[in-house]
Design a binder for this molecule. Structure first.
Ligand code: 5RP
Length: 218
Protein backbone atom coordinates (compact mmCIF):
# COMPACT_ATOMS: atom_id res chain seq x y z
CA UNK A 1 0.00 0.00 0.00
CA UNK A 2 1.23 3.47 -0.82
CA UNK A 3 2.59 5.56 2.02
CA UNK A 4 -0.05 8.14 1.30
CA UNK A 5 -2.83 5.65 2.09
CA UNK A 6 -1.07 4.72 5.33
CA UNK A 7 -0.88 8.41 6.26
CA UNK A 8 -4.62 8.68 5.69
CA UNK A 9 -5.37 5.68 7.94
CA UNK A 10 -3.19 7.03 10.73
CA UNK A 11 -4.70 10.50 10.42
CA UNK A 12 -8.23 9.08 10.50
CA UNK A 13 -7.48 7.15 13.70
CA UNK A 14 -6.14 10.32 15.32
CA UNK A 15 -9.14 12.39 14.21
CA UNK A 16 -11.34 9.93 16.11
CA UNK A 17 -9.64 11.05 19.35
CA UNK A 18 -10.86 14.65 18.93
CA UNK A 19 -14.03 15.41 20.86
CA UNK A 20 -16.47 18.32 20.76
CA UNK A 21 -15.18 21.48 22.40
CA UNK A 22 -11.50 20.50 22.41
CA UNK A 23 -8.60 22.89 21.92
CA UNK A 24 -6.55 21.21 19.18
CA UNK A 25 -2.98 21.75 17.96
CA UNK A 26 -2.61 21.05 14.26
CA UNK A 27 0.82 19.93 13.02
CA UNK A 28 2.36 20.37 9.61
CA UNK A 29 3.10 18.10 6.68
CA UNK A 30 1.65 15.60 4.24
CA UNK A 31 0.29 13.36 7.02
CA UNK A 32 -1.47 16.28 8.66
CA UNK A 33 -2.86 17.09 5.20
CA UNK A 34 -5.04 14.00 5.72
CA UNK A 35 -5.95 14.92 9.28
CA UNK A 36 -7.54 18.24 8.39
CA UNK A 37 -10.28 16.90 6.07
CA UNK A 38 -10.89 14.01 8.47
CA UNK A 39 -11.49 16.52 11.27
CA UNK A 40 -13.63 18.73 9.07
CA UNK A 41 -15.73 15.78 7.85
CA UNK A 42 -16.09 14.13 11.24
CA UNK A 43 -17.39 17.39 12.52
CA UNK A 44 -16.47 17.54 16.18
CA UNK A 45 -18.15 20.81 17.18
CA UNK A 46 -16.88 23.94 18.89
CA UNK A 47 -13.21 23.17 18.32
CA UNK A 48 -10.57 25.80 18.98
CA UNK A 49 -7.58 25.10 16.73
CA UNK A 50 -4.05 26.48 16.58
CA UNK A 51 -1.83 25.79 13.58
CA UNK A 52 1.92 25.15 13.55
CA UNK A 53 2.45 26.69 10.10
CA UNK A 54 0.92 29.08 7.64
CA UNK A 55 0.30 26.13 5.30
CA UNK A 56 -1.75 24.28 7.90
CA UNK A 57 -3.58 27.42 8.91
CA UNK A 58 -4.58 28.13 5.32
CA UNK A 59 -5.72 24.56 4.65
CA UNK A 60 -7.63 24.34 7.92
CA UNK A 61 -9.49 27.58 7.25
CA UNK A 62 -10.36 26.46 3.72
CA UNK A 63 -11.97 23.37 5.23
CA UNK A 64 -13.93 25.45 7.71
CA UNK A 65 -11.88 24.57 10.79
CA UNK A 66 -11.62 27.53 13.17
CA UNK A 67 -7.99 28.58 13.64
CA UNK A 68 -6.91 31.21 16.12
CA UNK A 69 -3.53 32.71 16.97
CA UNK A 70 -1.66 30.88 19.71
CA UNK A 71 -1.63 33.79 22.11
CA UNK A 72 -4.91 33.41 24.01
CA UNK A 73 -5.00 29.69 24.70
CA UNK A 74 -2.56 28.55 27.39
CA UNK A 75 -3.12 24.83 27.02
CA UNK A 76 -4.43 22.42 24.43
CA UNK A 77 -6.40 19.22 24.95
CA UNK A 78 -4.65 17.44 22.11
CA UNK A 79 -2.05 18.09 19.41
CA UNK A 80 -1.65 15.85 16.37
CA UNK A 81 1.36 15.91 14.10
CA UNK A 82 3.52 13.82 11.81
CA UNK A 83 7.18 12.89 12.24
CA UNK A 84 10.19 12.16 10.09
CA UNK A 85 11.46 9.33 12.28
CA UNK A 86 10.01 7.55 15.31
CA UNK A 87 12.37 5.42 17.40
CA UNK A 88 11.11 2.47 19.50
CA UNK A 89 11.69 4.50 22.70
CA UNK A 90 9.54 7.34 21.26
CA UNK A 91 12.36 9.77 20.53
CA UNK A 92 11.30 11.61 17.37
CA UNK A 93 12.98 13.60 14.66
CA UNK A 94 10.70 16.28 13.29
CA UNK A 95 11.17 19.37 11.18
CA UNK A 96 11.26 18.03 7.65
CA UNK A 97 8.95 20.92 6.88
CA UNK A 98 10.99 23.35 8.96
CA UNK A 99 8.11 23.85 11.41
CA UNK A 100 9.66 22.05 14.39
CA UNK A 101 9.93 25.06 16.71
CA UNK A 102 6.23 25.85 16.57
CA UNK A 103 5.46 22.13 16.53
CA UNK A 104 7.39 21.63 19.77
CA UNK A 105 5.70 24.60 21.45
CA UNK A 106 2.29 23.20 20.48
CA UNK A 107 3.17 19.63 21.49
CA UNK A 108 4.41 20.81 24.89
CA UNK A 109 1.21 22.79 25.50
CA UNK A 110 -0.99 19.77 24.82
CA UNK A 111 -2.29 17.34 27.42
CA UNK A 112 -1.99 14.67 24.75
CA UNK A 113 0.47 14.76 21.85
CA UNK A 114 -0.39 12.22 19.16
CA UNK A 115 2.12 11.35 16.45
CA UNK A 116 0.75 9.97 13.19
CA UNK A 117 2.82 8.31 10.49
CA UNK A 118 3.13 5.84 7.67
CA UNK A 119 5.24 2.74 8.31
CA UNK A 120 8.40 4.20 6.75
CA UNK A 121 8.76 6.58 9.72
CA UNK A 122 8.86 3.74 12.25
CA UNK A 123 12.60 3.08 12.49
CA UNK A 124 14.91 0.91 14.58
CA UNK A 125 17.18 3.86 15.31
CA UNK A 126 17.24 7.55 14.44
CA UNK A 127 19.49 8.41 11.52
CA UNK A 128 18.14 11.61 9.93
CA UNK A 129 19.94 14.93 10.01
CA UNK A 130 18.39 16.94 12.85
CA UNK A 131 16.48 20.04 11.66
CA UNK A 132 17.44 23.31 13.31
CA UNK A 133 15.95 26.78 13.51
CA UNK A 134 18.57 29.51 14.02
CA UNK A 135 18.37 33.21 14.78
CA UNK A 136 19.60 35.29 11.82
CA UNK A 137 21.52 37.45 14.33
CA UNK A 138 24.99 35.96 14.78
CA UNK A 139 24.21 33.20 12.31
CA UNK A 140 27.87 32.52 11.43
CA UNK A 141 28.85 32.14 15.07
CA UNK A 142 25.89 29.85 15.77
CA UNK A 143 26.73 27.68 12.76
CA UNK A 144 30.31 27.44 14.01
CA UNK A 145 29.08 26.27 17.42
CA UNK A 146 26.72 23.71 15.89
CA UNK A 147 29.57 22.56 13.65
CA UNK A 148 31.40 21.25 16.72
CA UNK A 149 28.65 18.64 17.04
CA UNK A 150 28.41 17.56 13.41
CA UNK A 151 28.14 18.51 9.79
CA UNK A 152 25.72 21.46 9.56
CA UNK A 153 24.13 22.71 6.35
CA UNK A 154 21.77 25.58 5.69
CA UNK A 155 18.59 24.32 4.08
CA UNK A 156 17.41 25.82 0.81
CA UNK A 157 14.09 26.76 2.38
CA UNK A 158 12.20 29.91 3.29
CA UNK A 159 12.63 31.22 6.84
CA UNK A 160 10.24 30.06 9.51
CA UNK A 161 7.15 32.23 10.14
CA UNK A 162 9.12 33.63 13.07
CA UNK A 163 12.05 34.63 10.87
CA UNK A 164 14.32 31.72 11.82
CA UNK A 165 16.89 30.25 9.44
CA UNK A 166 16.37 26.55 8.77
CA UNK A 167 19.40 24.23 8.76
CA UNK A 168 20.17 20.56 9.39
CA UNK A 169 22.95 18.92 11.37
CA UNK A 170 24.21 15.39 10.80
CA UNK A 171 25.48 14.29 14.19
CA UNK A 172 25.92 11.25 16.43
CA UNK A 173 22.40 10.13 17.38
CA UNK A 174 23.38 7.20 19.60
CA UNK A 175 22.36 9.26 22.66
CA UNK A 176 19.51 11.60 21.56
CA UNK A 177 19.10 13.03 25.05
CA UNK A 178 22.73 14.14 25.11
CA UNK A 179 22.60 15.60 21.60
CA UNK A 180 19.32 17.35 22.43
CA UNK A 181 20.87 18.96 25.51
CA UNK A 182 24.00 19.96 23.57
CA UNK A 183 21.94 21.61 20.83
CA UNK A 184 19.63 23.35 23.31
CA UNK A 185 22.65 24.84 25.07
CA UNK A 186 23.82 26.75 21.97
CA UNK A 187 22.78 30.43 22.08
CA UNK A 188 21.19 31.49 18.80
CA UNK A 189 19.75 28.04 18.19
CA UNK A 190 16.03 28.65 18.57
CA UNK A 191 15.09 24.98 18.66
CA UNK A 192 15.88 21.63 17.10
CA UNK A 193 13.87 18.71 15.77
CA UNK A 194 14.64 16.13 18.47
CA UNK A 195 11.43 15.55 20.46
CA UNK A 196 11.80 13.58 23.72
CA UNK A 197 9.62 10.59 24.65
CA UNK A 198 8.15 12.56 27.58
CA UNK A 199 6.32 14.77 25.07
CA UNK A 200 4.76 11.89 23.16
CA UNK A 201 1.48 10.42 24.46
CA UNK A 202 0.51 8.26 21.50
CA UNK A 203 2.13 6.96 18.33
CA UNK A 204 -0.24 5.87 15.58
CA UNK A 205 1.49 4.10 12.67
CA UNK A 206 -0.37 2.59 9.75
CA UNK A 207 1.23 -0.41 8.06
CA UNK A 208 -0.85 -1.33 5.08
CA UNK A 209 -4.43 -1.19 6.38
CA UNK A 210 -3.40 -2.17 9.92
CA UNK A 211 -3.26 0.71 12.36
CA UNK A 212 -0.87 0.26 15.28
CA UNK A 213 -1.83 2.61 18.14
CA UNK A 214 0.85 2.69 20.85
CA UNK A 215 0.11 4.62 24.04
CA UNK A 216 2.94 5.85 26.23
CA UNK A 217 3.11 4.19 29.66
CA UNK A 218 1.79 6.55 32.36
C1 5RP B 1 7.21 19.35 9.65
C2 5RP B 1 7.29 18.03 10.33
C3 5RP B 1 6.47 16.92 9.75
O1 5RP B 1 5.61 16.45 10.73
C4 5RP B 1 7.40 15.82 9.30
O2 5RP B 1 8.34 16.38 8.40
C5 5RP B 1 6.62 14.71 8.62
O3 5RP B 1 6.11 15.20 7.43
P1 5RP B 1 5.17 14.31 6.50
O4 5RP B 1 3.91 14.09 7.24
O5 5RP B 1 5.00 15.16 5.26
O6 5RP B 1 5.90 13.03 6.18
O7 5RP B 1 7.95 17.82 11.30
O8 5RP B 1 8.10 20.25 10.22
Amino acid sequence: MAADDEKRWAAQAAADLVMDGMAVGLGTGSTVDHLLPALAELGPRDLRCVATSERTERQARELGLPVEPFDQLTRLDIAIDGADEIAPDRWLIKGGGGAHTREKVVAAAADRFVVIADASKDVERLSWAVPLELLPFGLGATLRAVGRLGDVRLRDAPPSPDGGVIADVTADLSDPERLSAQLSAIPGLVDHGLFPPALVSDVIVARGTAVDHRRAPR
